[in-house]
Design a binder for this molecule. Sequence first.
Ligand code: COA
Length: 415
Amino acid sequence: MTQALDGVRILDFTHVQSGPTCTQLLAWFGADVIKVERAGSGDATRAQLRDIPGVDSLYFTMLNHNKRSITLDTKTAKGREVLDKLITTCDVLVENFAPGALDRMGITWEHIQALNPRMIVGSVKGFGPGPYEDCKVYENVAQCAGGAASTTGFDDGPPMVTGAQIGDSGTGLHLAIGIVAALYQRNTTVRGQKVLAPMQDAVLNLCRVKLRDQQRLERTHTLHEYPQYPDGKFGEAVPRAGNASGGGQPGAILKCLGWETDANAYIYFITQGAAWPDVCRVIGEPDWIDDEAYATPQARLLHLKPIFARIEQWTMTLTKFEAMDILNKYDIPCGPILSMKEIAEEPALRETGTIVEVDHPARGKYLTVGNPIKMSDSPTVVTRSPLLGEHTDEILAQLGYGVQAISELRSAAVI
Ligand code: COA
């Protein structure tokens, strides 16, 4: 079967996490992704957080599936020659170097345009134009500057970052969407364009509901669904909301049987308005259905703490999975707090290809997260990440280099 991006060739000049997430996704959609790396060391993540000495780390392998790797010193004249040939023959260049690095290499937009006016250039940077545009940025900086940290955590604690890599992987997804849109537009304009995904902007996009709440707060000076209501005070900025639900349906993380010894024996419980009568029946408080203190969503907002305390008395008598089974029968929205161990072992995620076991020549078998986007006409088969420079000769041959020329590049330490 064909794939959505069959025939699209990507010059992958990315490293660490944000850019590689983008190009990995494009590879899973069928693009031929050629990862350009510095000879000797390659992408720094190959050697970061290693669990097996001398073997590409899981950090690298899990972000670089389905790609080919060529080593190239792009700061030498001969290396630039190879790079120019790649620019001429590829559809998209993706990079996430520090601001200005590509220009310092001589790969300016004008240079690219002169070689290949159809080329799309996708970039991740920490910030867009403005006071911080020259800054180097990693994940947590983006989470802090994009509004996630100030709105995450508990009211009485410091700002908090989340384990979900919304700054890196989140921005990579944004960039991939921009690149696919640019490829589509190129069908009519017949020319490339620059696609920029700043990490601050991507995080802010994912924090859209908090900017919503900022404006609600300025107008009404309170946010009824936040845990600060009704007893606490609101300041000028959206506060941290703990585990309260971000929407209009109150929710909380509640203890389940075994919470004393199992850090993840919890369930997320949502008291959706439509399900309220069933919630009351399930927890053994049928009188609450008509009690005017609890009967309407508005009335319940004044009593969320005692309501969730009572529901928790019930959830603590059951494991999270037993509670799930009962609540699902009544269509009460809820979800178990799953550990990474439980997720790794979940058969349904294996069956859908979201958790995939991959074989690697140096590390053996390991688990990865496959393509989370499922397409009926473009199936994804996850293949292992390339070894450093594994496809150098193959790619150079495709660019027209003969055996002798390749050998000279190797002797000159260009590849
Ligand atoms: N041959 C020769 N030189 C190469 C090369 C190659 N194949 N590949 C990279 N280089 C050079 C670059 O040209 C650059 O040189 P310069 O500083 O002389 O211009 C150098 O390697 C390092 O690039 P840089 O991007 O500055 O790496 P870094 O490790 O210092 O910084 C980041 C890492 C992530 C902080 C930085 O790249 C960045 O801010 N990127 C944008 C935001 C981003 O994506 N952050 C999230 C990362 S998950």
